[in-house]
Design a protein around this ligand. Structure first.
Ligand SMILES: *Cc1c(COP(=O)(O)O)cnc(C)c1O
Length: 424
């Protein structure tokens, strides 16, 4: 579903002109389309129709409560990676039986929180973690449901910083050691080892690494079943890429077909953990042009910056630049850099783009800003967090208002020796 379209020359999100949101909510602002999120979820649900598969939204991509609830209402579970996300998922209304807890560094406190919440599965990534979880669960008189995250040693062929399934990456247990770990797990009274998990990276644009990883998982599953391990679940991880710059990406249906072909005959329930592919292209970041500086190189200086959207400078990410007013057919295009006001050369949103003329006060949408955008934002340069807006059909709601300036330092405390207020 294409949620962002020009109608009579005005960029709309579903049935709402983005200019109306910019006017009423101000800029910068994140805007999300419910229809686009629902369509992305349904693509997974339809792709796995007939199989017992729980889609667990990886909420680190966008943890706004309204976003989480949008997916939960469709039947999704969530994948969390911290005690904070666990608490936030619960605040959004998720029950433990639909929560999966991943991550290489769960503290004992976080383990206890997960057990308390009765979560579906801990994805365990190392032997020390397995032993610690056993101790925590035993002390609570519980057994922790565990899937061992194996590192299948496949190259996801994605950006260096988001590849997670190679031997040199910090994630998972080497697949060659997996059998040994399940055998250990079988002896630990606080552990129910009942699943296998993989997650090989993010923004994958090819199915081949999935096929390699799932094949390896299938081989292991057969070995474990022969060993007498009671497997209840296979967790496929997430990572399906999205189209940022016109690239060809596999569909959820293609991805599900690979899972079916490699693992379907095992007849086991499955979990999938998509994040980016459920929300990435459902969002935009709206920014207003402050100045245009053209001294040989055209800089379009915006009111949004790297603190709002760090992906371009962190991952060399591409976000399409779309004017709210459709350029006239004969508009003269020229190269431009879209930058923010932050005092860093790395503060840019888009470089060397062919773009129509822009003038101060024009509003621009930076596309694909639904995932790993607002969640990675900071208050750098004491810039308050941009608001988040959720659209559904012809109406919209501010689901998190713009941060008040005072809120940025409201939690700070003066030490006694500075508390007098005398600054002379
Ligand atoms: C980040 C993450 C995901 C989601 O990845 P996407 O690329 O956003 O789909 C899924 N599972 C785990 C364990 C993760 O860390």
């Amino acid at each position: 579903m294409e949620a962002f379209t020009y109608r009579s020359g005005a960029l709309h999100v579903e049935d709402v002109p983005l200019s109306r949101i910019a006017q009423e909510v101000g800029t910068p602002a994140f805007v999300y389309s419910t229809g686009a999120m629902e369509a992305a979820y349904r693509a997974y649900a339809d792709a796995f129709a007939g199989m017992d598969v729980l889609v667990c939204y990886a909420m680190k991509a966008n943890s706004n409560l309204a976003v989480i609830r949008t997916f939960a209402a469709l039947g999704a579970g969530v994948d969390v990676v911290s005690g904070g996300e666990l608490a936030q998922a619960r605040a959004a209304g998720l029950t433990g039986d639909r929560i999966i807890f991943a991550g290489v560094g769960k503290t004992r406190e976080e383990m206890a929180q997960g057990l308390e919440a009765g979560i579906l599965e801990f994805n365990v990534e190392s032997e020390p973690e397995l032993r610690a979880l056993n101790e925590v669960a035993s002390a609570m008189g519980r057994r922790a449901p565990v899937a061992v995250r194996i590192n299948p040693d496949v190259d996801a062929a994605t950006h260096e910083k988001i590849s997670t399934g190679r031997k040199k990456d910090k994630f998972g247990i080497p697949w060659e050691r997996a059998r040994e770990i399940y055998s250990l797990a079988g002896e630990l009274p606080g552990i129910d080892a009942e699943g296998i998990a993989v997650h090989i990276g993010s923004q994958l644009t090819s199915l081949a690494p999935y096929r390699a990883a799932f094949t390896r998982m299938g081989e292991l599953a057969r070995v474990l079943l022969a060993d007498g391990v009671t497997l209840r679940r296979l967790d496929l991880g997430g990572g399906l890429g999205i189209d940022y710059a016109g690239e060809d990406v596999p569909s959820a249906a293609d991805y599900a077909r690979v899972a079916r072909e490699t693992l379907g005959d095992l007849g086991l329930p499955m979990v999938t953990e998509p994040g980016r592919s459920l929300v990435g292209n459902a969002g935009v970041l709206l920014a207003r042009v402050v100045f245009v500086k053209d001294e040989g190189r055209r800089f379009v200086i915006c009111d949004a910056a790297m603190n709002d959207l760090i992906r371009p400078t962190l991952y060399d990410a591409w976000h399409d630049v779309v004017p709210l007013l459709e350029p006239a057919p004969g508009a003269v295009m020229g190269e431009a850099d879209f930058v923010g006001p932050v005092c860093e050369t790395g503060d840019y949103l888009a470089l060397e783009r062919q773009a129509p003329p822009f003038a101060p006060d024009d509003v621009i949408a930076f596309r694909s800003a639904g995932a790993y955008a607002r969640v990675m934002a900071s208050n750098y340069n004491s810039r308050p967090h941009a608001p988040e807006v959720l659209v559904r059909g012809d109406h919209f709601a501010v689901v998190r208002p713009r941060q008040r300036l005072e809120a940025m330092w409201a939690d700070e405390v003066m030490p006694p020796w500075l508390a007098g207020g005398d600054t002379a």
